[in-house]
Ligand binder design. Structure first.
Ligand code: PLP
Length: 460
């Protein structure tokens, strides 16, 4: 953005807000609230900072947990510009490809867990999940076991906003308006959410217990009816729920024993967020299908990927006939080039190693200082993602009523102190860019503390 557009006048800002408010229906926004307050006009971003309406904020959410390499990188813009001039668009239907799709595929095959040898491209995380579901069904159909159609997900899961992916979401409010809670195709089991549901159990013991809930559900419903289990290695969106180390290997064993496909939704965790390239490495398991999106392009372009191991890919490819699935902009040349450049930056600047060895541990240590505040019950971190859980009583871990909207108030107060975090029920989530410095972590913790204390001081 040029200086000119950044320095727009107040009248211009108001005009843009009015234009937007007239006809733009916003994602995950209360339209009634937009009648009361104009939209916030975000105008510029660089590194870990975002700016709008004359205000500069430290973005401890990396947009929506996706701007991993930070904002405003000139090399990303240059790559996009060059490709747009060479091949602004061509589709990949009917066996056509482009150089950038081919090169991204080569690069992905070098970095993904070794069982994945095939990739399908789409535009969003929801579409990647949708693709995973359809391919799991296709796999079983081709195996002559069409009854295996159900997908099992978990409470507190977030898998997307299209009908099939949102049916997997584990929060009732997301289903009520669309009838997806009655979807016969998605079932839910308990999340490995120790702080809320662990009771007297030890952390690792609870991991095994939570995995057992899946096994019980499979036995109840019948493995002959189940196509796959899907899970985020860390349940990021709805509270940064970090499972015990005992959880995922046990889930993998259960899926294998009952002949159910395992889908790792790595839309958030993929490409470094956990301090390893993939969540499967952090939590020591191997899925049959994996989804990637957010960190694939760091938000510079809309692109997602679904990857398959040989078992699934060989069956999908094993029969003649057109694969009845795809998107106009699948493997878009510009998006593929930008994603490849993003991966090269992660590699060249060793950003993931830096999370593991330096900024991740510092982020954990500093955030844990917040535990001295009476209403902070748990600070859980994994790589560069954290959930800061509120409680009414540290002993009993009792929650405040959700109707108090305490985390919304804290996130609002944090904006006043200059930092962006996200509320998720009684959890404050932060998911900063990988380029976060020690000073950025200090600023996040200092500003968040002021916001939490501000709200705590007013609690009656
Ligand atoms: N899967 C996971 C784990 C996510 O966190 C999200 C989005 O937050 C999605 C899927 C959906 O991605 P998108 O919003 O790009 O459709």
């Amino acid at each position: 953005m040029t200086e000119k557009t950044w320095n727009v006048s107040l009248t211009e800002i108001q005009k843009l807000q009015a234009l937007d408010r007239q006809a733009h229906l916003h994602s995950f926004t209360d339209p009634q609230a937009m009648v009361q307050a104009p939209p916030f006009l975000m105008q510029k971003a660089a590194g870990s900072q975002v700016m709008g309406q004359g205000i500069q904020l430290l973005d401890a959410m990396a947009g929506l947990g996706n701007v991993n390499i930070g904002y405003g990188r000139a090399e990303m813009a240059e790559v996009a510009y060059g490709v747009m001039r060479d091949l602004s668009y061509y589709h990949t239907f009917a066996g056509i490809t482009n150089p950038w799709a081919a090169r991204l595929t080569e690069l992905l095959m070098e970095i993904v867990p070794s069982q994945f040898n095939k990739v399908f491209y789409a535009n969003s995380g929801s579409e990647a999940v949708e693709t995973a579901i359809k391919m799991a069904r296709l796999y079983w159909k081709r195996e002559g076991r069409e009854d295996k159609h159900l997908i099992i997900s978990r409470d507190f899961a977030y898998h997307g906003s299209t009908i099939a992916s949102s049916a997997l979401n584990g929060l009732r409010v997301m289903h009520e308006d669309f009838g997806t809670e009655t979807s016969e195709d998605a079932l839910h089991v308990e999340a490995p959410f120790w702080y809320r549901f662990g009771g007297e159990m030890e952390f690792e013991e609870f991991g095994r217990y939570a995995a057992k809930c899946l096994e019980e559900k499979i036995i109840e419903v019948g493995a002959d009816n189940i196509a796959a289990f899907i899970g985020e290695p860390v349940q990021a969106t709805l509270g940064c729920i970090i499972p015990p180390k005992s959880y995922w290997p046990e889930i993998e064993r259960i899926c294998r024993d009952h002949d159910i496909l395992l889908i790792a939704d790595e839309v958030v965790t993929g490409l470094g967020r956990t301090g390893e390239w993939f969540g499967q490495e952090t939590f020591n398991f191997s899925a049959d299908i994996m989804t990637l999106a957010k960190g694939l392009s760091s938000g510079y372009q809309a692109i997602s990927a679904t990857l398959f191991n040989d078992r699934v890919a060989s069956v999908i490819e094993g029969e003649q006939g057109v694969l009845q699935h795809g998107f106009t902009t699948s493997a878009h040349p510009v998006a593929c080039a930008v994603a490849a450049q993003n991966i090269k930056i992660l590699q060249k600047e060793k950003l993931i190693e830096r999370i593991r060895d330096d900024i991740g541990p510092y982020f954990k240590t500093k955030l844990e200082e917040l535990l001295d505040i009476p209403i902070i019950g748990e600070v859980r971190t994994c790589g560069l993602m954290a959930g800061i859980e509120l409680c009414q009583d540290k002993e009993t871990r009792d929650q405040y009523p959700l109707e108090y909207y305490l985390c919304q108030h804290i996130a609002q107060a944090a904006l006043e102190t200059g930092v962006i975090v996200r509320p998720a029920g009684n959890v404050i989530v932060t998911c900063p860019p990988f380029i976060f410095t020690h000073e950025d972590v200090d600023a996040l913790v200092r500003r968040l503390r002021r916001a939490i204390e501000f709200v705590h001081d007013r609690l009656k």
